[in-house]
Design a protein around this ligand. Structure first.
Ligand code: BDP
Length: 673
């Protein structure tokens, strides 16, 4: 009997340690205490946010394993901490967590648990922590449609729309966001349906807001500028029309009646066919200000996107600047112009958007893309932190200090159990939150933190995998679009390479040849100031202009370079291009090899799902290399340099193949050649 009990116990323990992992717990996988930790809340009367404090206390009681007790206490020191910051100090066997608001206490609680999970609690607590976010608004943008589909979503369907309201799932989402400091969420697609503002969907929005509020997450909606016409039946959406103004004032009032802490509107107007003020001869500023006036009584904001380009523009990369700079100073102070990090569109690697640095009398914010539309969807493992950090750094050095500091990221979350399809792509959601809080964090530190929490803190796993994640963006840039190449994707889904993609009658700026400009002379888009350059480089401040003019990682972004021109390393452009693709392939293969060795540290489910993805990524890297080199070789007419393996595919076959991923929700893995 004794033996039998022992065996049972052993089996239970083994079953627990080997417990199937589905990735649903993200980076919040700490084991619960058997006996709750000692936690005291000394916050005075905060009845409106009592629930938030309850969550903070309960997270610590359940997951804080330290010998010390924890006291959450209120401080009035907003001068140092703002509204969201916190201070953690150690006093003998007591941890004191001071915060000016309940939500700041919640952020502090998660920070303490993060220190514990990453095995830094003792060393960091000995010195004490004071932390205050660099951005006031740390915003997720979900491109979710009311029918539950997600534009550029690669992890299933929406968790907000087109499904029964899943309170547990939404709480888990709120918890994950709070754990990394995200405090705003836009619940629907920027290509917004007018019906989003219908009473039934607003009521749904209210229900979601009620669930997310305790986590400090305030909801926002994307709105269709044509709503007064399409939904309100006014026959116009002209922002100067009094009936239109009254319609928006009433609509905003209706929303605040339901959701008193509603964050405001996100707007994509006069972009890619969406309606906007220019349909009525009004400017972006006039449109944005009219909406902003409707939100002003409740302190709501308008995030007005600057993602605009037209078929007529000589250079798409220059257009947002050309269209918005004349409006600098005309936007109301509760409008923030939301600008993509690069001047084109979330490409693997772009220079910073010049508009982000140039507007001096307008609030601006950066928008990055967490979902990997242009980086291998949920198949490829690519940690985007280096691209985002570089953008934040340039904004800090060359941009105008903002009185409202904000950043947005287009989310990669769906209803798939592990939230993001690829378990390691959770790292991009995580990195977005961490960098929104502290843009100075190093990529390697973010990667190591994530891996330790989402998998295991064992250095035998964390060290090699930190290396993989930290190098993954550079690798993807190399095997997809090295040296500043951009937008040479397959049309539509943007997954694989199609530098040759043409459709009769299609807008030129929707075709790869518009961007790569390959001819027998050379490759790349001349954006210099001398003819025939587009002059776009002149939109940058002088110091940055010089830096970009000589930055070889972007040489084909700014120059049309002759095939035989020698780059700084002594190779010709053609040789450098071949080598870059080769390096990308080698790196991707290396990642698959490293992951293969991680088996002892990872549960079987996540290990094998991820191995398939890494293998696919390495094969895709070869696909990219072969497609691009064979295609460009027609123009360079140069042989592959020694050391670059001959292509495993042939160009006509590659050009005939078109990946069909219509209606897929997760992975095109099996459809590929
Ligand atoms: C592009 C996407 C498109 C989005 C658009 C945007 O392909 O689906 O609607 O950006 O940001 O990258 O509005």
């Amino acid at each position: 009997m004794k033996h039998f009990c022992f065996l049972c116990a052993l089996l239970t323990v083994t079953a627990q340690t080997m417990r199937a992992e589905d990735g649903s717990r993200l980076w919040l996988r700490a084991a619960a205490n058997v006996r709750p930790a000692r936690v005291r809340v000394d916050f005075g009367t905060q009845s409106d946010a009592a629930h938030t404090l309850d969550i903070a206390a309960s997270e610590l009681r359940t997951y804080w394993h330290g010998a010390q007790s924890v006291t959450l206490c209120h401080t009035a020191d907003t001068a140092t901490l703002g509204r969201d910051g916190f201070r953690i100090t150690l006093h003998g066997r007591r941890v004191r967590l001071e915060a000016p608001t309940p939500v700041a206490a919640l952020y502090g609680a998660y920070h303490l648990l993060r220190l514990q999970a990453t095995r830094q609690a003792d060393s960091v607590l000995a010195a004490g922590v004071t932390s205050r976010p660099a951005n006031d608004l740390r915003v997720l943008n979900h491109w979710d449609n009311p029918d539950g589909t997600i534009e550029r979503g690669y992890a299933g369907h929406s968790i907000f729309w087109g499904c029964p309201l899943d309170t547990a799932r939404l709480r888990a989402y709120g918890r994950a966001c709070a754990s990394i400091g995200i405090n705003r969420t836009v619940l629907n697609n920027v290509n917004a349906k007018p019906e989003m503002l219908r009473a039934d969907l607003l009521d749904r929005t209210r229900a979601i807001a009620d669930i997310l509020r305790p986590y400090g997450l305030r909801v926002m909606l994307s709105v269709n500028f044509g709503s007064p016409h399409a939904l309100g039946g006014l026959g116009t959406a002209d922002p100067a029309d009094e009936r239109v103004k009254a319609w928006w004032a009433a609509k905003s009032g209706e929303i605040y009646g339901l959701i008193p802490d509603f964050g405001g509107y996100l707007v994509k107007a006069n972009s890619e066919g969406e309606p906007g003020p220019m349909d009525y001869g009004r400017t972006h500023a006039e449109g944005a200000n009219m909406l902003a006036a409707s939100l002003r009584p409740w302190h709501g904001v308008v995030m007005w996107r600057a993602f605009v380009y037209s078929a007529q523009s000589a250079d798409r990369a220059a257009q947002a600047y050309d269209e918005f700079m004349p409006l600098d100073g005309q936007f109301a102070d509760n409008v923030i112009v939301q600008i993509k990090n690069g001047p084109i569109d979330f490409q693997p690697h772009e220079p910073v958007s010049p508009l982000l640095l140039a507007m001096r009398r307008t609030h601006v914010m950066t928008e990055v893309q967490i979902t990997q539309e242009y980086l291998g969807h949920s198949i490829h493992t690519v940690l985007l932190a280096p691209e985002w950090s570089a953008c934040a750094d340039l904004c800090r050095r060359y941009g105008v200090p903002q009185s409202v500091r904000a950043v947005a990221g287009v989310s990669n979350v769906g209803d798939t159990l592990n939230w993001t399809g690829n378990d390691l792509s959770q790292a991009n959601w995580y990195a977005f939150g961490r960098l929104a809080w502290n843009p100075g964090l190093a990529t390697r530190d973010i990667a190591a933190e994530f891996l330790a929490q989402a998998f295991t803190p064992d250095p035998a796993f964390v060290r090699p995998m930190t290396d993989v994640l930290a190098r993954s963006h550079d690798a993807a840039v190399h095997y997809m679009m090295p040296l500043g190449l951009h937008h040479i994707f397959a049309g539509g889904h943007h997954y694989g390479p199609e530098p040759w993609y043409v459709v009769a009658g299609c807008r030129e700026d929707w075709l790869p040849r518009y961007y790569h400009r390959a001819d027998t002379v050379g490759l790349g888009f001349d954006r210099g100031t001398a003819a025939p350059g587009s002059g776009a480089i002149a939109q940058y401040p002088a110091a940055l202009r010089e830096q970009y003019a000589s930055d070889e990682s972007l040489i084909l972004w700014f120059h049309h370079v002759p095939w035989s021109q020698r780059l700084s390393g002594g190779e010709t452009l053609w040789e450098a291009l071949c080598r870059a693709y080769g390096d990308g392939v080698a790196a991707a293969r290396g990642f698959a090899g490293t992951w293969a060795k991680m088996r002892p540290w990872v549960d079987a489910e996540r290990w094998s799902a991820q191995q398939r993805r890494f293998d696919r990524q390495a094969e895709d890297a070869v696909w990219w290399r072969d497609a691009c080199l064979l295609y460009f070789q027609q123009f360079s007419r140069m042989p592959l340099p020694s050391g670059v393996p001959a292509a495993g595919h042939n160009l006509p076959a590659l050009m005939r193949f078109h990946l069909n991923i219509d209606n897929y929700t997760c992975a095109p893995i099996d459809a590929l050649p």
